[in-house]
Design a protein around this ligand. Sequence first.
Ligand SMILES: Cc1cc2nc3c(=O)[nH]c(=O)nc-3n(C[C@H](O)[C@H](O)[C@H](O)COP(=O)(O)OP(=O)(O)OC[C@H]3O[C@@H](n4cnc5c(N)ncnc54)[C@H](O)[C@@H]3O)c2cc1C
Length: 645
Amino acid sequence: MSVSNPPTPSAEDQEVSFAETALKLGGKSEDEARRTGAIDKADDQVESLFAPQYQTVNSPAHRAIWQRQVPIEEFLSTPPKPSAEVEQIMKASLDVVRRHIQAGTIENEEGRVREEVLAELGEAGYWGLLVDKEYGGSGAKFSSVADFIAQMAMLDGTIAGLASIHGCIGAVDPVKTFGNEDQKSKYLPLLASGKRLSAFALTEPGAGSDLTALKTTATLDGDHYVVTGEKLFISNILPGRTIGLVCLIDSKPSVLIVDLPEEENEQFQLKKYNIYALRHLYNRGIIFNGLRVPKENLLEPIKGDGLTIAYHGLNLGRVSLCANASGTMRLMLKGMIPWSEYRVTYSEPIGNRELVQRRMGEMAGLIVACDALTAWCADLLDRGYRGEMECIIAKIFGSEALKTASIELFMKTHGGRSFLEGHPFGDNVHDYLAPCIYEGEGEMLGMAFFKSLVKDHGKRYFEPVGKALAAAGIKRPNPLNPKHALILAGVAGPYVRWRSGRQLLGGSLPTLPDMPKPLRAHAEYACRELPKMALEIDSAMQKFQLKLADRQCRMAELSGRCQDLITILTTAMYAARNQDEVIRAAGDLACQKLRQKLTGKRPSNRYFKNITALGRSIAAGDADAETSLGLGSIDPHAILQKYES
Ligand SMILES: Cc1cc2nc3c(=O)[nH]c(=O)nc-3n(C[C@H](O)[C@H](O)[C@H](O)COP(=O)(O)OP(=O)(O)OC[C@H]3O[C@@H](n4cnc5c(N)ncnc54)[C@H](O)[C@@H]3O)c2cc1C
């Protein structure tokens, strides 16, 4: 999608959203209702940038729940096929990083990725992957780039993360998608070559989860905007970087492309603090004290505002995060192999023990599920879908998988050595946990997923009822009260028909493609359960009505169930389209684990037998398992504190 027209004021800008009205009716303060309404309106405006078939209500996740039949064809992603040119760039970029790792020259004296490495990556074409060819990039599809990010993460998670910071949430996506021709011609070639590396500055000391609390302002003064305010936790920030700055212009969230001065000065200072996560790049606060930015650097979306721009890039960033998690978990698994062979307790290598084998099998399952979500989401984005709900699933699953893998599987297997300096766990634990927070904390995003899920249903069936009752001044409807019953009878017909139709007819199974039996069983399970969620969600809406927004625990629980079901379906379909037996087995086991969580059923002996068998083949260095999972060559020397002195 490319959007480059000047803004047109829309009638929607003036309207009060239903979320705002509903919150007020539900007893929320004017302020909270207005703030939530603003976010809701921004969301509507993002929607309107997409053709109807690609909007949230028509997205696979939404349809899977609200339609009677899951649209199974939308869950079949195709493997990415990068062009020869793009493949060459990817190979050259991996070579740059590999060479510097071998030479021990990746990091500078502060432990951050050296600027020379970033420059060499620029020469290889790394920073221009997502920039269109006409502006000096290689125009790679996002699905190819997402897949590649997982490969890069196996070499260096920070450099993989920088691809996303620059290309997805940084300046590339905002300029490419929302810039006018002048802005694109000026910035995209610089961004593609890496002469300007970029970052995304949204978070402030007072505004993280609550984006309505933004305070940084830009005020027009002649030909420039004058920026004042403070940003916090901004990744990849050094003087001379280019940032997508979210700030308020006339109280409206807006995005300015800002070239940070080459040195700190009165108008621009960096706030340095010690932060454990992302220690290999520069994460800084930024203080603006009247920095002047040319007025032509304002991005002006056709509809919506700065949050529209931010949300667009964040979707790509969330999928990249999942890809990065998958690469990082491969690296963990790779490290577990020589260790589990080396470490002998009670006369046996620990790799011969079930508990360790189970952990390795589980890690393989998490890797395949992350790959499945990455491939599915990236493919949907390439096809033009908004993909917000799907990308949230990928972000939450990817970050939770990384958290579980690092602590439950990786750390426990390495025991005390995990905490030695030089051990990947001890050195990187904060990087393994921080994805749960950045680009939106998981549970907050889970609620956002839920709100996207219920919005259309609420507007279609509950809004008319709410409005009619509000017009009659009724706060608590009582169907036994004749006056209330009369009003309800006038407006509740469509809802009653929907609910009774759903209860009577239930869902129906789609025709699945040819696939292995265990994976088919998972796909069928998800296809049966997903439409049932519609009734569960509807019941919650009915029960809590205007108070639903306060029932965060229930929203999070329902949201989580929907996400898990969609992950099962996506993983089963991905594993089935893969001919590889190891991927299929790992996908099957990941689905079984998710089903155990959903049903509360204890794992069967068969499950333990299969997951330990998979883990055993990985622990034994079985070439098939290593190749299938793309682990690459195993380094036999990565053992700390060997027994021999
Ligand atoms: C390593 C790292 C890198 C980052 N990089 C960037 C970057 O490049 N650019 C950028 O703009 N930002 C960046 N961030 C910021 C990140 O996106 C924010 O930290 C994140 O969005 C959460 O905001 P916060 O920290 O202010 O949390 P807060 O807003 O303080 O929220 C804390 C927690 O309170 C709870 N909470 C808050 N509100 C509610 C509510 N209404 N209901 C229920 N619970 C609630 C949630 O659990 C939430 O996570 C980075 C952060 C980290 C840690």
